[in-house]
Design a protein. Structure first.
Length: 94
């Protein structure tokens, strides 16, 4: 069964719109304001997604990544979270 031509065109249009969608990101000390820009800013970057800044898992993972970053040549880490910038600044200052 072949794909109808209109479905192929619609899929290509959707893919191009997704590829060009770059909402601005807020944060502290970011080298760019879009996710593709963040990734292109360095040869390698670690994107670490945090569920909730107050949870034990997030505190532990941030602490462990900071230890690794201090002890070896480690790529820049970008923490992605759902909190506000002021909440994040308070969390990462601890």
């Amino acid at each position: 069964m072949s794909t109808p031509p209109t479905a192929t065109v619609a899929a290509a249009t959707i893919e191009s719109r997704i590829a060009s969608y770059t909402p601005p990101h807020e944060g502290a000390r970011l080298p760019a304001t879009t996710l593709p820009g963040l990734i292109r800013a360095e040869m390698m970057v670690i994107l670490h997604f945090l569920r909730h800044l107050g949870c034990i898992f997030c505190k532990h993972s941030v602490r462990e990544l900071r230890k690794l970053a201090e002890t070896s040549k480690f790529p820049p880490i970008t923490f992605v979270h759902q909190s506000t910038v002021p909440q994040a600044e308070e969390f990462f200052a601890e």
